[in-house]
Design a protein around this ligand. Structure first.
Ligand SMILES: NC(=O)c1ccc[n+]([C@@H]2O[C@H](COP(=O)([O-])OP(=O)(O)OC[C@H]3O[C@@H](n4cnc5c(N)ncnc54)[C@H](OP(=O)(O)O)[C@@H]3O)[C@@H](O)[C@H]2O)c1
Length: 223
C-alpha cells in the first residue's frame, strides 16, 4: 500500500479528517480536499488541497494539482456534505434549499469523480459517503433535502460503478452510522474512529472486486 495516493474531500474536520488520518496511518500519501487549507491541521502524510466540491472550477483546479506528480490515485473518498439548518419538513421544503444540498452532496461527488477518475487506474476505489437517511428501503420524514441528496448519491454510485467497471475501478456507497461530529451532534452513539472504520475497510481491506454496493460496518445494506 505504501506510496499510494489517496484523495479525501471535506477532510478538515469530522469523519473526513479521521479517514485522512487513517489512510495516512496505512501508508497512503493523502491529499486532503478542504475549502480553507490554512485551517488544516498538520498531519504527517497529509497535504491540504484547496477544494470546494460545489464549484466546478475549484474541482478542475484540484484535479490538475493532484495530477502534477504524474502519480495514479488509488482511493477517492467523496466525504464532503452539508445538512442545512431548517431542513425539516418536505411539505415546507424550499426548492432553493434542496438545490443547495444537491449541489454539494450529490453533484459534488459526481463532479469530483468525473475529474479524478481519469487519474485512477485498475484497482482504484471510489467511495461515496452516503447515509442511512438515503435508503429508500427505510423511509422517514427526517431532513428531506439531505435524505433526497443521499438517495440521489446512491443512484450516482450505481451509475459510476457500471461506467467504471471496465476500467477496473470499484465504486461503492458507504454509511458511517450516526457519528459525533458537527453534523451528527453530541448525542450520536459513534465516535469518529468508529464512523471512519467502515470507510477505511472499504478503501483498503475490502475485496477489490466489490463494486456497485452500499455498505455499513463492512456489511452490504439495502438501497
Ligand atoms: N455524522 C453523522 O452522523 C453522519 C451520518 C451519516 C452520514 N454522514 C456523512 O458523513 C460525511 C461526513 O460527515 P461529518 O459528520 O463528518 O460532517 P461535518 O462534521 O459537518 O463535516 C462536513 C465536512 O464537509 C466539508 N464540506 C461541506 N461543504 C463542502 C464543499 N462545498 N466543499 C468542500 N468541502 C465541504 C466541510 O468543510 P468545511 O470545514 O469547509 O465546512 C467539512 O469538512 C458526510 O457525507 C455526511 O453526510 C454523517
Amino acid at each position: 500500500m505504501s506510496g499510494q495516493l489517496a484523495m479525501v474531500t471535506g477532510a478538515g474536520r469530522g469523519i473526513g479528517l479521521e479517514v485522512a488520518r487513517g489512510l495516512a496511518a496505512r501508508g497512503f500519501e493523502v491529499l486532503a480536499g478542504v475549502r480553507n487549507p490554512a485551517r488544516m491541521a498538520a498531519i504527517p502524510g497529509v497535504t491540504a488541497l484547496e477544494l470546494d466540491v460545489s464549484d466546478e472550477a475549484s474541482v478542475r483546479r484540484a484535479a490538475a494539482r493532484a495530477a502534477e506528480g504524474g502519480r495514479r490515485i488509488g482511493v477517492l473518498v467523496n466525504n464532503a456534505a452539508v445538512l442545512l439548518k431548517g431542513d425539516d419538513a418536505i411539505l415546507n421544503l424550499e426548492t432553493g434549499q434542496l438545490r443547495q444540498t444537491l449541489e454539494t452532496n450529490t453533484l459534488g461527488p459526481l463532479r469530483v469523480a468525473q475529474a479524478f477518475a481519469p487519474l485512477m487506474g485498475r484497482g482504484g476505489r471510489i467511495l461515496n459517503v452516503s447515509s442511512g437517511g438515503g435508503q429508500l428501503s427505510s423511509p422517514s420524514t427526517w431532513a428531506p433535502a439531505y435524505c433526497i441528496s443521499k438517495t440521489a448519491l446512491n443512484a450516482v454510485t450505481v451509475q459510476l460503478a457500471e461506467a467504471l467497471r471496465p476500467e477496473g475501478i470499484a465504486v461503492n456507497a458507504v454509511c458511517p452510522g450516526w457519528v459525533r461530529t458537527d453534523m451528527g451532534g453530541a448525542e450520536a452513539p459513534r465516535s469518529v474512529e468508529e464512523g471512519a472504520a467502515g470507510i477505511l475497510w472499504l478503501a483498503v481491506e475490502a475485496p477489490a472486486e466489490l463494486t456497485g454496493g452500499f455498505f455499513r460496518d463492512g456489511v452490504r445494506i439495502p438501497w
